[in-house]
Design a protein around this ligand. Structure first.
Ligand SMILES: Cc1cc2nc3c(=O)[nH]c(=O)nc-3n(C[C@H](O)[C@H](O)[C@H](O)COP(=O)(O)O)c2cc1C
Length: 211
């Protein structure tokens, strides 16, 4: 089983990376593979709402790593998103990246996200973490993804790397999160082996509240 660890920081090996690395190490101890996937330093365009993904099964914008991520995510079993806090929110890059990844993944008709557990981690010098977590978790909760938690909100604190490594409680909480994720994945696998299948989806009623 494999967990995608999405690094939404402009710093490839900054504090967010160190947080995800702690999760990766703990998952490995529990027998779960993972991959840290970097969104990159270059600008990430937001969704153009062109609808092309419904026809071609992937995002029409190819200048960044969104399609590569969606392909890997379709094969993976779970997702943990890490973002630094920028002005009490997730970064613009990860917001654009996830918007296109979730929309094109859904429109591709492949099972990219449904019923795969998700979690998010916010990295900040000081504040804005819980608003960031709320923002990131909304991608999971519109996609039928169970949200996994730790024993505190998933936040670690530091300004420049490797300062988050000194946030003893925050890093410990990430290990709680990783172990809870591993436990959930094993339960899901055991359920599938015992013949418990995902629920069959009804035909969806898609309305704009009125018609
Ligand atoms: C543009 C910008 C805005 C930021 N806004 C916040 C903020 O609102 N709250 C906060 O605590 N830290 C803020 N920070 C600090 C980062 O969240 C912090 O340095 C974090 O550890 C960076 O993680 P990284 O090394 O993965 O990029 C901001 C940093 C930048 C560059």
């Amino acid at each position: 089983m494999k967990v995608m660890l999405l690094n939404g920081s402009p710093h490839e090996t900054g504090n967010t990376y160190l947080a995800l690395e702690e999760i990766a190490k703990t998952l490995k101890e529990d027998g779960i593979d993972s991959e840290i996937f970097y969104v990159g330093k270059e600008a990430v365009a937001s969704c153009m709402s062109c609808g092309a993904c419904s026809k071609i099964g992937k995002c029409v914008i190819t200048k960044d790593r969104v399609n590569e991520f969606v392909e890997k995510m379709t094969e993976a079993d779970a997702l943990i998103v890490g973002s630094p806090v920028h002005y009490a929110a997730a970064t613009g890059a990860i917001t654009s990246f996830l918007g296109r990844a979730f929309f094109s993944g859904w429109r591709s008709g492949k099972n990219t996200f449904r019923l795969k557990p998700g979690a998010s981690v916010a990295v900040a010098r000081r504040a804005g973490t819980t608003a960031t977590l709320d923002q990131l978790n909304k991608f999971f909760t519109i996609s039928q993804m169970p949200v996994i938690s730790g024993r505190y909100w998933n936040e670690v604190h530091g300004l420049t790397a490797p300062q988050v490594s000194e946030d003893i409680e925050g890093m410990q909480n990430l290990r709680f999160l990783a172990r809870n994720m591993a436990y959930f994945l094993k339960c899901k696998e055991a359920g599938q082996k015992a013949g418990i299948n995902p629920p069959v989806e009804e035909n969806v009623n898609f309305t704009n509240f009125i018609r």
